[in-house]
Design a protein around this ligand. Structure first.
Ligand code: NFA
Length: 103
């Protein structure tokens, strides 16, 4: 190879492999049967809400029909929804949570 030859490295296109995980919001829905204190207990126990935010989330659902509880990755959101609804079912209440992807 002559002294002044330029060696070009092959152009390799790289696509970034790390993507930020899609986030899922957990929603709480109002019903006419589940006691307020039970809703607050579930929000504290399953979603680790402190007393005043649990109260706020419960009241928002109570007044508006639904409330965003928190945002998690898919697995965690779905696991917490199941835990919360299992507690409600066990206690005989129709309390409902869902997990849905954020826009
Ligand atoms: N609406 C229920 C009641 O008056 C309380 C409630 C709030 C239930 C939020 C579900 C969600 N006992």
């Amino acid at each position: 190879m002559a002294e002044n030859d330029v060696v070009l490295a092959p152009r390799v296109k790289t696509t970034p492999k790390v993507e930020k995980p899609k986030l899922y919001k957990v929603l709480l829905f109002n019903d006419d049967y589940t006691p307020r204190e039970f809703v607050v207990m579930v929000l504290k126990y399953v979603f680790r809400a402190d007393g005043s935010s649990a109260e706020k989330i419960m009241l928002t659902a109570h007044m508006k029909g639904s409330s965003v509880v928190a945002v998690y990755t898919k697995d965690i959101a779905e696991t917490k929804v199941k835990e919360a609804m299992d507690l409600a079912k066990e206690a005989g209440f129709p309390l409902m949570f869902t997990a849905e992807p954020e826009e």
